[in-house]
Design a protein around this ligand. Structure first.
Ligand SMILES: Nc1ncnc2c1ncn2[C@@H]1O[C@H](COP(=O)(O)OP(=O)(O)OP(=O)(O)O)[C@@H](O)[C@H]1O
Ligand SMILES: [Mg+2]
Length: 267
């Protein structure tokens, strides 16, 4: 698997507080990569820096080999890194559909892999310009394809498309936050604690959907407190503590790591 994201020697400070210290991290294309660690470790800061929401002090962030360290957040989103923030931050007084359309804000005409086309959209396309395995889609068709995909993964959102977001349950709001991210056609979906405050059964179903999205080709970088459940779906994981990566490895190995079990995975 090739490297989709490469974070090299990244340091971040908030005034006198050193939040990240020379962090190195790689996200391979097609993987689920996890960042674990206790409160205040710098997990959110790392995600925000990757997304251009917090400036770095030193270091580089490369997306597909291209330096994106100094790009503005909107440019980073447009280049394919889509951030689903901690606490969801959906627009409560807008409908589910309106929230989804806000997610599609950066979408442009683009090539889309034929394998990524929803059947209904594929049938509706008249003339198609092909290049290898990809098909050139107009912006409106990209959005329609993303919406069809989102409704396939989250049918409850289609049922509630005209409801205001504040009326959704916590789990449904998290689904909406992920779905809104998917509307932007991410190359890399970044999730900050999607399980926060949700009942175990809902967490299980959200993690299953994330795994399915990953199986269909989506690369995921996820921050979680729920280490066990995350390691079950992840390929590779990093453990961060007060701004330093203190451990990393294949998720299948970390899940059996005695130190990690003691610190994060419980008795
Ligand atoms: N805007 C800010 N201004 C000043 N300090 C901040 C700011 N945001 C975060 N910090 C500090 O930076 C450090 C890392 O915070 P961060 O939110 O990245 O940790 P985290 O691992 O996401 O924690 P949690 O698990 O609680 O979400 C903490 O010491 C925090 O207090
Ligand atoms: Mg955080």
């Amino acid at each position: 698997m090739s490297e989709l994201l490469n974070v090299h020697d990244l340091s971040v400070a908030y005034g006198a507080i050193q939040a990240l210290k020379q962090v190195n991290l790689v996200v391979k294309e097609g993987s689920i990569t996890a960042i674990l660690g206790a409160n205040g470790g710098g997990k959110t800061t790392l995600l925000k820096t990757i997304s251009g929401l917090v400036p770095s002090q030193q270091g580089r962030i490369l997306l597909n080999g291209r330096d994106i360290t100094k790009l503005a957040a909107e440019k980073i989103t447009a280049s394919g890194i889509v951030h689903v923030p901690e606490g969801r931050q959906i627009f409560g007084d807008l409908t589910v559909y309106e929230n989804l359309m806000i997610g599609a804000f950066t979408v442009k005409d683009q090539f889309v892999l034929e394998s990524q086309l929803e059947p209904t959209i594929k049938d509706a396309l008249k003339e198609v310009k092909k290049e290898g395995e990809s098909i050139w889609l107009k912006k409106k068709d990209v959005i329609a394809n993303n919406l069809a995909k989102v409704f396939r993964y989250f049918p409850v959102l289609e049922e509630r498309r005209t409801q205001v977001a504040v009326s959704l349950s916590g789990g449904e709001q998290q689904m909406l936050a992920i779905a809104r991210g998917l509307m932007a056609t991410p190359k890399l979906l970044i999730l900050d604690e999607p399980s926060l405050g949700l009942a175990p059964l809902i967490v299980k179903s959200i993690f299953e959907i994330l795994k399915q999205l990953n199986d269909s080709g989506l690369t995921v970088l996820i921050v979680e407190q729920n280490a066990l459940q995350t390691l079950k779906i992840a390929d590779y994981a990093y453990v961060i503590q007060v701004g330093n990566i203190i451990k990393q490895g294949a998720a299948s190995a970390l899940i059996k790591d005695p130190e990690l079990i003691e610190a994060y995975l419980g008795k």
